[in-house]
Design a protein around this ligand. Structure first.
Ligand SMILES: *[C@@H]1O[C@H](CO)[C@@H](O)[C@H](O)[C@H]1NC(C)=O
Length: 397
């Protein structure tokens, strides 16, 4: 006895004497069992190591002078395409009146089937009835800059534009030579029962702004924004701004797994329908746009897009008419239509895919699993063996 025996008592790795080794059936069962347990736990450990989690962080958005893509898809079952125009404005003073590029309008029949598709407000080709020397009259208004011949109103569209610039109501074009030639009145009549779907992309500056879909040609200057509402308000057919927003997005979609995980919708207005029977009705949507990026782990590519939150307001317009020019309504009094006003959030959400576990962590986990399982199994085996032996003694007695 002495120092050595005290040290011996501290030995955690007690050695088995070779002769005392015996194999038991219970030991065999415990071994198989622990191998299975190790197998499953190591698989779990591996899955954990491979698992990609998305972490989100909020930072101040420092990007400047960016452009933003608006994807718009809205159906108006009771306003024909001929009467609709889309205007985009932002605080930087950039006005894109009657936006054309990249936005299509689809004429829809009563059942919502497409009759014809064309780009919105594209300037019509040179009408065939014009001879080269022809210079159309503008009926007291100033010829628009977009006219194909300087100082002349070559088409019905030119006259309408010239009238809109003056803030005059245009009507159905009766008495206007260009429009009678083109059959403008007949076209409006013929399409009166139709609906329209506006569908396409716009690029805007990433600053506070708004866009709206309202009836009639529009004209803006520093003081006012005017729409020629006569055809809309005085039509025999009931028009109104009942609409369905099929899609309104500000950039490409985020991965669906992320949205699923967070129980979250990137574009909350998708699928929204609003109904009215009131011709003079106006819908306002206020959007707060939040820049959002998503960084993929594999390939390292990043999606830069936006999400938004929305509040909406709708009201009937009373007495919005201008007494001086009947049929013309100033923006202040309110225009029937669908208006979207958007604001940009100063914060940006960054979603990043990461692996929570390193390879070293994975190895540590595997060692822990094997070591731990074997220790528990050894204790179990010992217990079973001891138990069996005592029982055997009891039987022998
Ligand atoms: C716009 O929405 C309609 C109706 O949901 C759909 O049929 C059409 O494909 C959409 N257009 C685009 C470009 O996604």
């Amino acid at each position: 006895m002495g120092r050595t025996s005290r040290l011996m008592r501290l030995d955690a790795f007690t050695k088995t004497v070779e002769d005392a080794r015996i194999r038991t059936t219970s030991g065999g069962l415990v071994t198989i069992f622990s191998v299975l347990v190790i197998f499953f736990l190591v698989i779990g450990e591996f899955n954990d190591y491979r698992k990609v989690t998305v972490i989100s962080e909020l930072v101040v958005d420092k990007a400047r002078g960016e452009q933003m893509e608006i994807h718009l898809n809205v159906t108006f079952p009771r306003v024909p395409c001929e009467l609709l125009s889309l205007d985009v404005m932002d605080v930087s003073g950039d006005l894109q009146a009657s936006v054309s590029h990249g936005v299509e309008k689809h004429r829809l029949d009563k059942f919502g089937t497409i009759i014809e598709s064309s780009y919105l407000e594209v300037h019509p080709e040179h009408p065939k009835h014009l001879d080269p020397d022809y210079c159309g009259e503008c009926y007291g208004a100033n010829a628009p800059e977009t006219s194909t011949k300087h100082g002349c109103c070559q088409t019905c569209d030119d006259v309408r534009e010239a009238y809109a610039a003056k803030g005059w109501a245009f009507g159905d074009g009766t008495g206007v030579h260009q429009c009678e030639e083109e059959g403008y009145k007949e076209r409006i009549k013929e399409q009166a029962e139709e609906g329209c779907r506006i569908d396409g992309h716009l690029w805007v500056n990433k600053v506070i702004g708004n866009f709206h879909i309202a009836p009639g040609k529009s004209f803006s200057n520093a003081q006012m924004h005017v729409h020629d509402l006569q055809n809309y308000l005085q039509s025999d057919v009931d028009h109104d701004f009942t609409h369905t927003i099929n899609n309104l997005a500000f950039g490409p979609p985020l991965p669906t797994n992320l949205l699923h995980e967070r129980h979250h919708q990137q574009n909350p207005l998708d699928g929204t329908s609003k109904h009215t029977k009131d011709r003079n009705y106006n819908y306002l949507y206020f959007l707060k746009i939040v820049s959002t990026s998503y960084e993929h782990l594999d390939g390292g590519y990043t999606i830069n897009t936006h999400q938004y939150s929305v509040t909406s307001h709708e009201r009937s317009l009373e007495g919005g008419k201008d007494e001086v020019h009947p049929g013309t309504v100033h923006a202040k009094g309110g225009i029937p239509g669908v208006f979207f006003s958007y604001d940009i959030s100063p914060m940006k959400v960054i979603n990043r895919e990461v692996r929570m576990k390193s390879f070293a962590g994975f190895l540590t986990g595997v060692c822990a699993v094997i070591g731990g399982t074997l220790t528990v199994a050894a204790a179990l085996d010992r217990g079973l063996y001891e138990g069996a032996r005592r029982m055997g003694k009891v039987h022998q007695r």
